[in-house]
Design a protein around this ligand. Structure first.
Ligand code: SAH
Ligand code: SF4
Length: 419
């Protein structure tokens, strides 16, 4: 018999497993977990027992799906047959379709996923903890490690100890509405928000490829423009019975949607990164339209009010654009802006892409800028650009199909990069 009938429920629409927190799942399983009132108990006691059972089932399912990576309900042999049948009729374990993956010389690994409506998004795995170290030697070692990573064929070889951090950079939207002038994703405009399962699904899928240790929402899209889905996805990513990421290792990066920063802090405990990129309102508004709505004062106030746990910092990302925001006066203003905020400044020399109006500053200028910040008691790192040979670096991600307003030039180039 159809268990929906047996449990007195109408068959519901197919639900994606990765869109549910453990609590959501337990609520969904509650009607199936009631087995009538025993003579020795009250209605209330029977309900408590059913809820306990539903919660236990939800926990077991999280372990099966996220930790044992099983996708076939029938293999979950410690669950009742009825429940397994109900699951197979009502819940789908989402697997994004891999359109292609490419690996850069430095080991950075880019994935293009095709969503069910044919739209595409990208995620990138960035291996090694070397991103913030300095010097030629580090870059060389990175490239050697990268080659080794590229050559690895079996899961057994993917040893997270050797790799230190394996950071997954994931997308939160198809395209982006924020239209920052220097960003390739911004060029295409917003196509749509990603749903919860499409966000969690990227990590779930990447975990099959590599033992991801960190997550950054720095792929395509503005995560706080899609706050409901991103905050729920973060809750799922942090679940101890599921993918079990630590709150310190999940970072949401935003261009500065002030009310959403506050709301994020209320909903979920994750790390925050702010794309600062400008040091006066005039300068910042010229490259980031969002600044016209919420200016630097409002943004820095939101950062001061963000509920940071002990020993945690906000990361300020600063894309360095030659001749635009790379002077020592800018560095001095960063020092002033960040006063009193536990923070670190991550300098990102601009990654050039076809059609871009900006240039990358000389390395010597970047070092000088960094030195100024260090000399003024700021933690300041320079992000070594990763994956540039496959257009996987910061701000170089975009979908290649179904673009909203990408230019032909961009489209052709991206399509070429995808072959
Ligand atoms: N929308 C979010 C997260 C995605 S962008 C945000 O803006 O924070 C991730 C980071 O890449 C941001 O700090 C952004 O400023 C930076 N970025 C965008 N385009 C870039 C480029 N061409 N070169 C270097 N960094 C870039
Ligand atoms: Fe969107 Fe971030 Fe790119 Fe700005 S930098 S357009 S917010 S993805």
């Amino acid at each position: 018999m159809n268990p929906c009938v047996r449990f007195g429920k109408k068959p519901t629409e197919m639900i994606f497993f990765q869109s549910l927190t453990q609590d959501d799942l337990a609520q969904l399983l509650l009607p199936l977990s009631r087995d009538g009132k025993r003579s020795s108990e009250t209605e209330e006691q029977a309900e408590v027992r059913a809820l306990k059972r539903a919660r236990m089932r939800a926990r077991m399912l999280f372990v099966w799906v996220y930790q044992r990576m099983v996708t076939d309900w029938n293999l979950m042999t410690d669950l009742s047959k009825d429940l397994r049948q109900w699951l197979s009729e009502n819940i789908t374990i989402y697997r994004p379709e891999e359109q292609y993956n490419r690996q850069a010389l430095d080991g950075t690994h880019k994935f293009l996923w095709k969503l069910v409506d044919g739209k595409t998004i990208e995620s990138v795995i960035i291996p090694a903890a070397l991103q913030e170290r300095e010097g030629e030697e580090a870059v060389q070692r990175l490239q050697e490690d990268g080659k080794a990573f590229a050559g690895m064929e079996t899961d057994a070889e993917l040893d997270s100890g050797r790799w230190g951090r394996l950071t997954a950079c994931i997308s939160s939207q198809v395209g982006c509405a924020m239209a920052c002038k220097f960003c390739l994703t911004g060029v295409q405009g917003l196509d749509r928000h990603l749903q919860i399962h499409e966000i969690v699904g990227q990590i779930h899928e990447l975990r099959r490829v590599a033992p991801i240790t960190n997550i950054v929402f720095m792929g395509m899209g503005e995560p706080l423009h899609n706050l409901d889905n991103v905050s729920k996805a973060c809750q799922i990513l942090l679940d101890e019975c599921g993918l079990n990421f630590s709150k310190r290792k999940v970072t949401v990066s935003t261009s500065g949607l002030v009310p959403a920063i506050e709301e994020l802090g209320k909903r979920v405990d994750v790390s925050l990164a702010i794309s600062l990129n400008g040091t006066t309102d005039e300068q910042r508004s010229a490259i980031m339209p969002v600044n016209k709505r919420w200016n630097l004062d409002a943004l820095m106030k939101a950062c001061r009010d963000y509920p940071l746990g002990p020993h945690r910092r906000i990361t300020f990302e600063y894309v360095m654009l030659k001749g635009f925001n790379d002077t020592l006066e800018d560095a001095a203003r960063i020092v002033k802006l960040t006063r009193g905020i536990p923070s670190k400044i991550n300098l990102i020399p601009f990654n050039e892409h076809p059609g871009a109006d900006f240039k990358r500053p000389e390395d010597s200028r970047v070092r000088e800028f960094q030195k100024y910040l260090l000399d003024h008691d700021r933690v300041a790192t320079v992000r070594i650009s990763r994956g540039r040979d496959i257009l996987a670096a910061c701000g170089q991600l975009r979908s290649i199909f179904g673009t909203a307003r990408g230019t032909e030039k961009h489209r052709d180039y991206a399509a070429e990069a995808a072959t």
